[in-house]
Design a protein around this ligand. Structure first.
Ligand code: NAD
Ligand code: WQD
Length: 336
């Protein structure tokens, strides 16, 4: 299939491009490099043996997007492009609504103009809010988000659902990711946050490599086995493979489909510290701090729907996730 990957030089996008190319698909990448680096395109070329076509453009630029569609005629879109820093979204909500929602509406309008009505969207477990039950199934009601970033995901889901109701030619897959970590086994591509990382694993790897002094653990009074927050960490390569499998649901008449992409297992912050220390042989000093605003105690997926309907299941365990995060950080201490 001829696939346009928006946000394809980003963390999850780059790993997905590799899996798509290795599965024999034609890939075109669009990214404005606001949170990534063009060097990623060469790194993908190094892994796959061929450099994908790359457009440095902003999805909010309608004219540029139209030209891309005229030149490339994609058959399906995998839509990763978006801003994702939770704290920044609280400080700059308009920037998030404009970029994530405005950009997506612009993309969808261009797709409609060219009769390309097939899209896989990067949604998030954040749309469940504090879930009614765990493990979370896809029919668990969506919750109240605690930040504008989360609302952009929830609202874009709604926009895509409305499109499917209005026009039966649309085929939409909403993939709700849990917590992606890890990196390509080669250590060639990986997560490259700007400044001090917000997320747990890149923070730990930066402590391990000596860039940060210690980890701050946000709260140890939650109702979990050791008091620290429990999440469903998933290897980014497993997540990427989930997108390749989800392409079957872009076949004509598929309509709307929603899947959790997680492992079904929950690990606490201290479990992750321990597993990382074992995998890397490096000690991670930590200090217990106040809980972070908006955090919940526990969330993990019921991923059985994706297994049943897509034949997809996460294969890597926490050991590989930690080893691969560490390999990437060690080989690229300053990112790309
Ligand atoms: P990322 O920041 O590494 O990748 C996103 C890419 O989108 C970046 O390369 C950025 O430059 C690009 N981009 C942003 N705005 C753009 C615009 N207007 N035009 C063109 N390109 C633009 O993030 P990621 O971790 O790879 O996440 C990919 C997607 O998955 C995002 O939509 C994110 O919200 C979603 N998601 C991520 C996680 C996570 O924990 N990483 C979890 C759930 C969902
Ligand atoms: C994991 C656990 C923290 C950092 C976020 C977004 C979510 C999704 C994924 C996109 C929590 C604890 C963290 C640190 C810590 N993104 N922690 N010290 O919060 O589950 O999800 O990223 O959609 O929308 O909210 O991930 O990695 O930030 O935190 O103790 O320095 O680690 O409190 O329990 P989270 P995370």
């Amino acid at each position: 299939m001829r696939i346009l990957v928006t946000g394809g030089t980003g963390y999850i996008g780059s790993h997905t491009v590799v899996e798509l190319m290795e599965a024999g698909h034609d890939v075109i990448i669009l990214d404005n490099l606001s949170n990534s680096n063009e060097a990623v395109v060469d790194r993908i070329g190094k892994i796959t043996g061929s450099r994908p076509v790359f457009y440095n453009l902003d999805m909010r630029d309608g004219e540029a997007l139209t030209k891309l569609f005229e030149n490339e005629r994609p058959e399906g879109i995998i839509h990763f492009a978006g801003l994702k820093a939770v704290g920044e979204s609280v400080a700059k909500p308009l920037m998030y609504y404009d970029n994530n929602i405005g950009g997506t509406v612009n993309l969808l309008k261009t797709m409609e103009k060219f009769g390309c009505k097939n899209i896989i969207f990067s949604s998030s477990a954040t749309v469940y809010g504090d879930p009614e039950h765990v493990p979370v199934t896809e029919d668990c009601p969506k919750g109240s988000c605690t930040n504008p970033y989360g609302w952009t995901k929830s609202m874009i889901e709604q926009i895509l659902m409305d499109l499917c109701i209005a026009d039966k030619e649309w085929n939409v897959v909403l993939l709700r990711y849990f917590n992606p970590i890890g990196a390509h086994r080669s250590g060639t591509i990986g997560e490259n946050p700007n400044g001090i990382p917000n997320n747990l694993m890149p923070y730990i790897t930066q402590v391990a490599v000596g860039k940060l002094d210690h980890l701050n653990v946000f709260g140890n009074g939650y109702d979990t086995h050791d008091g620290t927050g429990v999440r469903d960490y998933i290897h980014v390569v497993d997540l990427a493979k989930g997108h390749v499998k989800a392409l079957v649901k872009l076949a004509p008449g598929s309509g709307l489909n929603i899947y959790n992409l997680g492992t079904g297992k929950g690990y606490s912050v201290l479990d992750i510290v321990k597993n990382f220390e074992e995998a890397s042989g490096v000690n991670i000093p930590y200090e217990i701090k106040e809980p972070r605003a908006g955090d919940i105690a526990t969330i993990y997926a019921d991923p059985s729907k994706a297994e049943k309907e897509l034949g997809w299941k996460a294969e890597f365990g926490i050991k590989e996730m930690c080893e691969d995060s560490w390999r990437w950080q060690k080989m690229n201490p300053n990112g790309y």
